[in-house]
Design a protein around this ligand. Sequence first.
Ligand code: AGP
Length: 615
Amino acid sequence: MCGVIGYVGGGAGPSFFLNALRRLEYRGYDSAGIAMLTPDGVAIERAEGKLSQLEKKLDKLPASAKVGIGHTRWATHGKPTENNAHPHRSGPIVLLHNGIIENYRQLKEDLTARGYKFLSETDTEVAAHLLHDEYLRQKSGSPEERLRSALRSAVRQLKGAFAFGIICTDTPETLFAAKLGSPLVIGQADGESYMASGITALVEHTRQFLVVEDHEIVMLKPDGISVESFEGKPVSRPFSKVEWSVSMMEKGGYRHFMLKEIHEHPIAIAQTLNGRIERDSGRINLADLGVAKLPLGNLQRVQIVACGTSYYAALLSKYFIENHAKIPVEVDLASEYRYRTSTVNAQTLVIAVSQSGETADTLQAVKSARANGAQTLAVVNVPGSTIAHNCHAESLTKAGPEIGVASTKAFAAQVTALYLLGLALAQERQTLGQAGLSMLMDELVKIPSLVEKALGLSESIEKLANRYQQNTSLLFIGRGPQWPVALEGSLKLKELSYIHAEAYAAGELKHGPIALIDENMTVVCLAPRDSYYEKTVSNIEEIKARGGRILAVGQENDAHLLDLADDFIGIPECSETIQPFMTTVPLHLLAYWIAVRKGTDVDQPRNLAKSVTVE
Ligand code: AGP
């Protein structure tokens, strides 16, 4: 999705905007641009392709400016060309945008009839001309007052989603923003104000942030900001301090962010556990987990909505929560859930799981649940994200910033947070005695060190990856909690190496997929020593009987599995509760090393964005 950055203060050079946009690259993009106000107007430079192309033009921009905006574009309307890159200009107005304007065609017709000339194919240029048109209609007040009034009028005519950054040659010390549906944060430092699509772009300049909410307009000046609703009603909210650091966002010596983040599985799990298990009292700290204000003891059912990897984390947690809290858990793709008839009530807890906290489908799904009377909880990794703002409660996965587009450590943190929620439900519903609760707490606390051991497999998996880089397809199978892990492993392989992969519940093989088995098909079989082991081994034998190749992931020193498999990855011995965390790591590493062998863009795979904020 697009990246937006804005600055107003004593002065910032082109490199400020370029570096801030670099921090947003993980969002996915295909062109970029920067605009800076100058004493005699505005300088705008744009380029197709990566930021390195825009960098070649920076010398055409002023060395410093008091006001400026920058953008990385993920094309929705119009091809990824320089001409379609943002910012777009209309008279004194220069505007950039993250989102989609759904009614842009009608607006474009009206504006064209009024004499506006369009230079691009974008919906964003429509917004620039519309704002200019409304600005010309304002007959009284200062340029700032007229522009605010024009912005209020323009945004009320738009349908869709937008986060706008706006500068105007008539207001040389002011930056404007408006938000509906797309993420936007405001940063404040001494004598400088900022706007951005995400806090990662600004954390080296400030830790003080304000999340802009839907239907809000912000006017930013060097010494502060003012917020108002689209209807002009003043809004007041405190800034909050974020504990993320720049070093957390650097690669730390790893070749890719993704490899670094795979190796951060343990710390992500440990930080998500931290403070939430009170070993002395043997209780879950509901306040620290973010669920103290939810009526956990009175709930009759749980629904979890998510997309992609977050959906698989939710599917995996279903087994644990149902097993220990004895409450029905339905897991749904947010993009499907949001359009179905809602059957929730006040005794239903709907959980939205999202690393970014900005995924459009997940946001709309949980908004629908809340509107229909459900209790809602956001399990998100980015503090103060939009999904969290739309839920009754927020439970943070403390994985730290995840930059690689392929989600890895966040998956581990999400499962950890959902397991903790399962224990909190069991505690409040008294479905587990103290002994059972304490035993499971002890299990969870062991996970980081065991996962650390599993990371030691990286070198052997790097060697193994050579044998699979030419594959055109792979199957993944697992039973019970290993089925969602198989789904996650197949998604990682697809999105990183562009090799087709599918995952099945192992019991489903006979119902069709086994027809795919021949000597050209490799099946990744998750077969730790769990309660499904014998049946999974039978599946392996059925595959072998038809000539299929087996890459087995099982408990180290499992001689039987070692004998059956063509390739084998052995994980350290651990309880069934912990096994899904342990089998996930080799699948993340396998996808990573195959992608490295294939030379794909590991941190920014083609066509993908880190946060899907458009539907
Ligand atoms: C996972 O590797 C992908 N990047 C994608 O499936 C992602 O999990 C999905 O878009 C959901 O994102 P979210 O967790 O930020 O809501």
